[in-house]
Design a protein around this ligand. Structure first.
Ligand code: NAD
Length: 496
């Protein structure tokens, strides 16, 4: 079995703990990808010390030159797209079409970051005094700790690492335990593209040990975290106590609303993709389908027909539409929620079990599942499941649909299918989410727009687009007075 290493202080090294964990293919658990380090605080200490050295030089590298490295990263990702997609599907399970999309998102983010190295805009504004300039500009912050989830093994690390690096920070990256191979491939590419070795440190391991040590390390100035709301709360408490800059992207319970006047063909394709793409393991996955009564029965019946035909299987086979769940704990969580749904009196109309086909017995498969007559306010309707389970809720009016959309603790994504332009624009302002799609599913964010959610989904920062560059840099203001005399702002220019 292949043994993988951390990348610390410019070298691929074994963990100080001497401990490792196994990484297996979720589509076939007899397929072992390798052993990866179970790092401890000592590994994190060494990584932070090296990153601090790296930061001192990298912050003085001109931002356009930092961007040039990311352009080469984009080129390498483009060349290796197929290879990375394949290794990502092997360890994460989602179909190749989706892991190719995951790599493409990294490519888009790299080229965006490369150009941003030539912008990193500040403002120059007039001073209220004569012979004086006033301007704001961006400064690097320090060592950035990046903690990422399993579901976008490449894209999410790129959303964080590229802006962090272009802004002049050094990075310590801890990938999720289930996707360390993609994390390793990512760091190899950064190094091959010419990133100075001490500017990137890769520390594998358990969240509660290695992740915790990064968050608690006084030498790590900022943390960018994506994962569950429960873990985000723990990370947030530590960062609050230590006055660290923190970006949190957390859970979701996203709804697709379909009104009576909608194009049902479009709405049907949207919900199939939104609910069962990535086996429901997207933070933006469609977990609730809110149907207006006039189209409820027709859309539900067509949806059931199509869902029963979805092809479950190994994501590395091109015909596969739905892959396995990430691990046994994730599958057991789905099973618990199916039991909860049944106990709450919802109608289980399809799925609700592990597949009977023996060929799938070696993977963490679960059949795409639909509950109808789900009550607003029930646990099935309120809590994040992160699996292929869709709850259908019947409503009479758009207002009722909007209220149900908003009445959950999360606020990441929402979707509305209608031909009524007035209702569509009302949704853009009234739905409490970071993203609202009109006539498109709840999933499908583009790399050059801000991404994130409200309420228990986020803490006000955004990834993607131009906004993430504000998170990874500090605004500083400079005044230059060339009048040759003391000028007192607010006083000399407003004599009484
Ligand atoms: P998770 O919270 O279990 O783990 C996320 C990361 O945090 C992992 O790297 C893990 O090792 C680490 N971690 C765990 N405990 C930690 C601790 N005490 N201190 C520091 N780090 C720790 O999440 P997951 O199961 O990998 O991902 C699924 C969750 O992520 C879902 O809730 C999903 O909605 C969310 N997610 C959100 C977004 C978004 O942008 N809003 C995107 C993708 C996934």
């Amino acid at each position: 079995m292949k043994t993988f290493k951390n990348f610390i202080a410019g070298k691929w090294v074994a963990p100080a703990t001497g401990q490792y964990f196994e990484n297996r293919n979720p589509a076939d658990t007899t397929d072992v990808i390798g052993r990866f380090p179970l790092s401890g605080p000592e590994d994190v200490d060494r990584a932070v010390a090296s990153a601090q050295d790296g930061f001192e030089r990298w912050k003085r590298t001109p931002a356009p030159a930092r961007g040039d490295v990311l352009r080469r990263v984009g080129d390498l990702l483009t060349e290796r797209k197929e290879e990375i997609a394949d290794l990502m599907t092997r360890e994460m399970g989602k179909p190749l079409a989706e892991t190719r999309g995951d790599v493409q998102e990294g490519i888009d983010t790299a080229y965006y970051a490369a150009v941003e190295g030539r912008r990193l805009f500040g403002h120059t504004v007039p001073s209220e005094l004569r012979a004086k300039w006033a301007m704001s500009y961006r400064r690097p912050i320090g060592v950035a700790g990046l903690i990422t989830p399993f579901n976008f093994p490449l894209a999410i690390p790129t959303w964080k690492a590229f802006p962090a690096l272009v802004c002049g920070n050094a990075v310590i990256f801890k990938p999720a335990e289930d996707v360390p191979h993609t994390g390793t491939a990512f760091v190899e590419i950064l190094l091959e593209a010419g990133l100075p070795p001490d500017v990137i440190q890769l520390v594998h391991g358990a969240g509660e040990v290695a992740g915790k040590a990064i968050v608690e390390h006084p030498g790590v100035a900022l943390i960018s975290f994506t994962g569950s709301t429960e873990t985000g709360r723990i990370v947030g408490e530590t960062c609050g106590r230590m006055h660290k800059r923190l970006s949190l992207e957390m859970g979701g319970k996203n709804a697709q609303i379909v009104l009576d006047d909608a194009n049902l063909d479009l709405a049907l394709e949207g919900v199939l993709w939104g609910a069962f793409g990535t086996t429901g393991q997207r933070c933006t996955a469609t977990s609730r389908l809110i149907l207006q009564s006039g189209i409820h029965d027709e859309l539900l019946s067509r949806l059931l027909d199509r869902t029963r035909e979805l092809k479950l299987g190994d994501g590395r086979k091109e015909a596969t539409e739905v892959g396995p769940l990430i691990n046994e704990a994730a599958r057991e969580k789905v099973e618990r929620y199916v039991e909860i749904g049944v106990a709450e009196g919802a109608d289980l109309l399809c799925g609700g079990r592990r597949p009977e086909n023996g060929k799938l017995a070696d993977g963490y498969y679960y059949e795409p599942t639909i509950f109808a007559r789900v009550e607003a306010g029930s646990r099935l309707e309120q809590e994040e499941i992160f699996g292929p389970v869709l709850s259908v809720i019947r409503v009479e009016t758009p207002d009722e649909a909007f209220r149900i959309n908003n009445d959950v603790k999360y606020g990441l994504s929402s979707s509305l299918y209608t031909r009524d332009v007035e209702v569509a624009f009302r949704a853009l302002s009234d739905l409490d989410n970071g993203i609202t799609y009109i006539n498109a599913p709840t999933i499908g964010a583009e790399a050059h727009l801000p991404f994130g959610g409200v309420k228990a989904t986020g803490n006000g920062h955004r990834e993607g687009g131009w906004e993430v560059y504000e998170f990874f840099s500090e605004t500083k203001v400079g005044y230059v007075d060339f009048s040759g005399r003391l000028q007192r702002a607010q006083i000399d220019n407003y004599p009484t």
